[in-house]
Ligand binder design. Structure first.
Ligand code: AP5
Ligand code: MG
Length: 215
């Protein structure tokens, strides 16, 4: 299973990817998570990336492509992979195709999680993430039992720097202009399947699994 998860900011790509890891035992490659790790580590790449992320803009393609290639070459990706938040524009999608061809691990599918734009703002402003285990919560839809504490591991919950209303608006604009056209790109290759991303996390997960298992 070698797939791309497509969808707007807040559509639930990360939430669903975490469940897919558990069920299928293949790694998630989230460029957003990789970039945030570089920001936290204070590397030169992280410092450069942060200036774009804080504005809600895309980080330059070269930075992201290098990171993804390095990650795909790791052993665990031989079993398959879930790309989350990558590619983000046509140039990245074309570069990915070339990269995967040379690594002999082409995509087997692209799954788009579709959520009406009106729902995304609340999902993003309400999101909280565990610093220790990465478990995601939402103060409106799926709050933790104890305020700011992870139910799973007791870790501290944080709010992402780019989950502010103004930055979210910009991220949604960037998505419409640069990322949404990828639906057509993967449809043209016969790889695209879409699921509605409204409803419970479990319902959406069941639909994605059915697609992946060809049911
Ligand atoms: P990235 O981290 O990829 O963020 P994003 O695409 O904006 O998507 P999100 O992570 O915000 O949303 P998600 O779909 O994962 O939703 P989630 O599952 O968390 O990118 C961040 C930045 O990094 C970019 O702006 C850019 O600067 C840079 N970047 C990253 N990749 C790049 C690339 N390839 N090229 C260039 N730059 C790049 O869910 C959201 C919330 O909703 C959670 O609270 C969750 O609990 C809740 N939720 C989930 N499902 C449901 C449901 N069914 N019902 C109700 N609530 C739900
Ligand atoms: Mg995410």
């Amino acid at each position: 299973m070698r797939i791309v998860l497509l969808g707007a900011p807040g559509a639930g790509k990360g939430t669903q990817a975490k469940k897919l890891i558990e069920k299928y035992g293949i790694p998630q490659i989230s460029t957003g998570d990789l970039l945030r790790a570089a920001v936290s580590a204070g590397t030169a790449l992280g410092k450069e990336a942060k200036s774009y992320m804080d504005k809600g803009e895309l980080v330059p393609d070269m930075v992201v492509l290098g990171m993804v290639e390095e990650r795909l070459k790791q052993d665990d990706c031989k079993k398959g992979y879930i790309l989350d938040g990558f590619p983000r524009n046509t140039a990245q999608a074309e570069a990915l195709d070339k990269m995967l061809e040379s690594l002999n691990m082409p995509l087997t599918g692209a799954v788009s999680v579709d959520v009406p734009f009106d729902d995304l703002m609340k999902r993003l402003t309400g999101r909280r993430t565990c610093k220790s285990c990465g478990q995601m919560y939402n103060v409106y839809f799926s709050p933790p039992n104890k305020d700011a504490v992870c139910d799973k591991c007791g870790g501290e919950l944080f709010q992402r720097d780019d989950d502010k209303e103004e930055t979210i608006k910009k991220r949604l604009e960037v998505y419409t202009a640069q990322t949404e056209p990828l639906m057509g790109y993967y449809k043209g290759k016969g790889l695209l399947k879409s699921v509605s991303g409204t409803g419970s996390i479990e319902e959406i997960f069941a639909k994605i699994c059915a697609i992946l298992e060809g049911k």
